[in-house]
Design a protein around this ligand. Sequence first.
Ligand code: HEM
Ligand code: HEM
Length: 189
Amino acid sequence: MTLSTMTKVLHSIIALSMISLIAVGIFMHETKAYELYPIHKSFGVLVFLFASYRVVVRLKEGWPTPVGKTPAVQLIAAKLVHWALLIATVLYPVTGMMMSGAGGHGIPFFGLELVASNYDDDGKAVAFSHTIASLGHDIHGSLTRVLIAIIVLHVMGALKHHFVDKDETNARMFSFKNSRSRLNRGRLK
Ligand code: HEM
Ligand code: HEM
């Protein structure tokens, strides 16, 4: 089974963005680098759009079938990890938007104002909904270690395919040769 160009392009864009946003998110949170918040939020919203489309593609077309013979336990582990990653790519931006939007901090999108901020005269954010904002904040902050652990597991799995099994799993996900004609079909073949 080959993978559609859409599957490969979405995987690369979302994977790179997620890794960058996690790094920037932790950095800006730890160092209180408030100037980075708008760019983190803007790229986060962009990931939400790509990731939502990818969920639709996955539900419609199904998952890539494994390359070669893989032990059942490894197949189950890979499927669980893929589901967790797919959910995280939607959950993270959604909880970020809950935290910032409902918290009165606003959601910018590359210069546009998707949700206006709500500051009082002292410059303090006034939440539209404390419940939604704090639920978003709790999930967005507390799941980071779990997410990083899952990504590490996923990358270790990819490395195992490449160096131990020496199969085509990585090649078919990262090779973009001769795939221009499949771009508009947007589905697994
Ligand atoms: C540099 C790091 C990464 C490498 C080398 C990598 C590699 C791969 C490979 C080879 C597959 C295909 C597996 C198969 O055919 O069974 C895959 C699938 C997948 N990867 Fe990654 N990946 C990376 C990072 C990420 C990240 C950061 C995420 C999300 C946070 C992610 C989410 C997924 C998902 C959801 C799938 C299932 C297929 C799909 O929906 O595209 N990957 N990855
Ligand atoms: C794929 C999308 C996203 C990822 C992977 C991500 C990841 C992260 C991470 C890892 C942190 C650090 C959390 C901590 O250490 O407590 C963070 C902080 C933050 N994120 Fe995101 N984020 C994403 C999208 C968004 C979006 C869409 C928004 C808002 C519209 C947002 C708003 C924030 C804010 C305001 C903080 C700082 C929280 C604080 O300082 O307490 N994020 N993000």
